[in-house]
Write a protein that binds this ligand. Structure first.
Ligand code: ZN
Ligand code: ZN
Length: 346
């Protein structure tokens, strides 16, 4: 099959012909129809993910059609239209038994722990636990955009933040995660404040449901600006970027008993931000992580998409070919246009 392969970290990937994957007994092979280009792929390519072994194929947010099925798979068959959350659980560890596949101790992640979806085919393990059937009405490009940023935001806002109607929610960073979170929080009746450093992303945030926007470069103190707007702080705040500054701003913008949800990845020299623990204690704040979402929770999200409350297709950016994905991947820290870039040409 054709795949995007890198043989060393930070060296330009190449299109190569490699062996087709075969399904494990509990797994499937999926013919990739669409796959998103994500900052996490870039972090992996930079060498910031210890799970990656070289040579490697990136790609973890995708949708497609089942091409081959292992002998132990019961719930899925060849020809099914499917997607997966970016974290796949093993189905048999204590976390999976507790329904928390997103933190499975034996988790697999295509594009990290094994070869990913910047290719014609991708293998998925423990298919019965991790695959999600796509509604007939959902196209592959939209479905590919769900598996990473959208589901992570859904879990962050709904399951971890437990956001309710009338609450104030701050979203720090308006990339794919942030814009998803804004749409989701707005759809359940929260008043959303969007923070970013570029006006075009804030304009998009506004169109997706942000009630107020703040350009962080135009205020002296982001947290103070949020406290002024909300008369004391927000109930829930998300660091949707993953940076020490947005993380600390997020915590400082909370009202008493507020919840900070860390959604953006903090890696390498940014991995240990200086958390203001004095505020966490004095204001009884909660600091919560959000890492993907279990496949079984897609039902709730897909129902909201079907009813029109959520429109993930509005977060789509450009569609590109597998060849064009190399440039999109290596330049993502420099050229990162609004919306999710999806590979649809293989
Ligand atoms: Zn597990
Ligand atoms: Zn991703």
């Amino acid at each position: 099959m054709k795949a995007v392969v890198y043989e060393n970290f930070s060296s330009i990937p190449k299109i190569m012909n490699v062996e087709d994957p075969a399904p494990e007994n509990h797994g499937v092979v999926i013919k990739v129809a669409a796959t998103g280009v994500c900052r996490s792929d870039w972090h992996g390519w930079m060498g910031n993910d210890p799970d990656i072994e070289l040579p490697h194929v990136p790609g973890h947010e995708f949708a497609g059609i089942i091409e081959a099925v292992g002998k132990d798979v019961r719930r899925f068959k060849i020809g099914d239209r499917v997607t997966v959350p970016f974290v796949s659980g093993c189905g048999s560890c204590p976390e999976c038994h507790g329904g928390n596949h997103q933190v499975c101790g034996n988790q697999t992640q295509p594009g990290f722990t094994h070869w990913g979806s910047f290719a014609e085919y991708v293998a998925i393990h423990h298919a019965d636990v991790n695959l999600v059937n796509l509604p007939e009405t959902m196209d592959f490009t939209t479905a590919a955009s769900l598996g990473c940023r959208f589901v992570t935001s859904f879990r962050a806002v709904v399951d971890q933040g437990k956001v309710s109607a009338g609450q104030w929610v701050a979203v720090h960073g308006c990339g794919g995660v942030g814009l998803s979170a804004i749409m989701i929080a707005n759809s359940i009746g929260a008043n959303v404040i969007a923070i970013d450093v570029t006006d075009d992303k804030l304009a998009l945030a506004k169109s997706l449901g942000a009630y107020v926007t703040i350009n962080a470069t135009k205020v002296t103190d982001v947290a103070e600006a949020i406290k002024e707007i909300t008369c004391g702080g927000v109930h829930v705040s998300l660091d949707a970027l993953g940076h020490p500054t947005t993380c600390v701003n997020s915590i400082k913008s909370l009202k008493k008993l507020g919840k900070h949800i860390q959604v953006g990845l903090l890696v390498a020299d940014q991995a240990t931000p200086a958390i203001p623990m004095n505020l966490v204690i004095a204001h009884e704040l909660e600091i919560i992580g959000s890492h993907g979402m279990q496949a079984f929770r897609y039902d709730a999200m897909l129902a909201m998409i079907k009813s029109g409350k959520l429109s993930p297709e509005r977060l789509l950016g450009r569609t590109i070919t597998l060849e064009e994905s190399i440039e999109a991947l290596v330049n993502i820290d420099r050229v990162n246009p609004p919306g999710v870039t999806v590979i649809t040409g293989f």
